[in-house]
Design a protein around this ligand. Structure first.
Ligand code: FAD
Length: 336
């Protein structure tokens, strides 16, 4: 289904968790607001789920002009084929010019399915979006070559132009409680027969302290930490810094850390104020997950490790010698 109507509507595919609109949706509404203003169009968002109307209303304060919902018990849990079929129908009704999703596990799964169904292209994992003032095409900027370069993609005239956006790459608008409205319920049939899988159980990962994706400081550990016992040193430092611990695949492979904390091209991506890499070589597959950190510092005993060309500050040495003194200084500064 190709959209031939140019409605100038920017449509954000919403995500909800624990009774709230998830953080990336605030960012998408922030960038969507700019795009809608540049196009002279409307900023809309659509949520799928069960009993979601009250939660969906939060999107007005975050910048949406209109909020839509498909509310059905069969949509309680994310299911790829079901969600894709419903959003395809929603796009047929609303005919957006631009369709935005978060580069989250759900968005990364849904976006290619939708782009095929909508006969559109997809710019994935974008860190910047704008509108070409002459052609009104969506211009998407996305990291390539493991984050070593940025490519600018002209999404052309096929509508809707589609992009997934990397979490923490956009500024959300300050919430405006004066902006309110009614959620429009869409009468779209969610056909459970299209689902090829079903959720049989859900397990919540236990997270001590701050979530990795939300942390302003991330202490990253690599294979150079040497053991699961040594890993506790990183956890103690992260706790005192009010941050979280991330890991390389090397560290996870060695069993020092659970894979839910792995950062990189095939795992989580973060963009904290500070990324402190300890015992990490700096392989491009890992750096892709942290390259949008504001500052990167490292400790590595090998002066020729690639991490030194990525870091702003680096110490050549064994972490066993460097980290305890650093941690002591952190405590001293925090207590003073
Ligand atoms: C398709 C593909 C996808 C991948 N995806 C990911 C991904 O998403 N995330 C990811 O992390 N990796 C990923 N990898 C793996 C990646 O290429 C690297 O192998 C991995 O990141 C290396 O982890 P590391 O730096 O901990 O280990 P190593 O490369 O073994 O480096 C350990 C470092 O610790 C230093 N060191 C050792 N002892 C000490 C000490 N006592 N004090 C200080 N420094 C010390 C060493 O000098 C060395 O530089 C992927 C690979 C492939 C092929």
């Amino acid at each position: 289904m190709e959209n031939t109507k140019n409605t100038k509507r920017i449509l954000v595919v919403g995500e909800l968790a624990d009774g709230n609109v998830v953080g990336i949706i605030g960012e998408l509404l922030g960038v969507g607001r700019r795009l809608a203003d540049a196009l002279g169009g409307e900023l809309s968002t659509v949520f799928l789920g069960s009993s979601i109307i009250e939660t969906a209303k939060q999107a007005f304060a975050q910048g949406a002009d209109s909020v839509y919902a498909v509310d059905d018990t069969v949509l309680e849990d994310y299911q790829p084929e079901l969600y894709a079929s419903v959003i395809e129908k929603v796009c047929k009704d609303l005919a957006p010019s631009v369709l935005l999703l978060g580069a989250t596990p759900i968005g990364r799964d849904l976006a290619p399915r939708l782009s095929w169904r909508l006969k559109s292209g997809l710019a994935s994992d974008c860190v910047e979006l704008s509108i070409d003032p002459e052609t009104s095409a969506l211009i998407a900027t996305r990291p390539v070559y493991g984050g070593k370069a940025l490519a600018e993609v002209d999404c052309g005239t096929t509508l809707p132009a589609m992009a997934t956006v990397r979490p923490k790459s956009q500024a959300a608008l300050p919430p405006d409680p004066a902006r309110t409205g009614d959620v429009v319920l869409l009468n779209v049939y969610a056909d459970p027969a299209v689902a090829k899988t079903r959720v049989v159980s859900k397990t919540t990962a236990e997270v001590k302290g701050i979530r990795l994706e939300d942390a302003r400081i991330v202490v990253g550990g690599g294979r150079g930490m040497g053991s699961a016992e040594n890993w506790k040193v990183l956890e103690a430092l992260a706790e005192d810094l009010g941050g979280a611990v991330g890991a390389t695949r090397g560290a996870c492979d060695e069993g020092y850390c659970d894979t839910v904390f792995q950062l990189g091209i095939s795992s989580k991506r973060v963009a904290p104020e500070l990324y402190l890499a300890v015992g990490i070589s700096g392989a491009s597959q890992h750096m892709t997950g942290v390259s949008f950190s504001k500052h990167i510092a490292c400790i590595n005993r090998d002066a020729s490790a690639p991490i030194f060309s990525e870091a702003e500050f680096g110490v050549v040495g064994n972490w066993e010698d460097v980290l305890p003194a650093f941690h002591r200084k952190v405590k001293e500064l925090l207590s003073g």
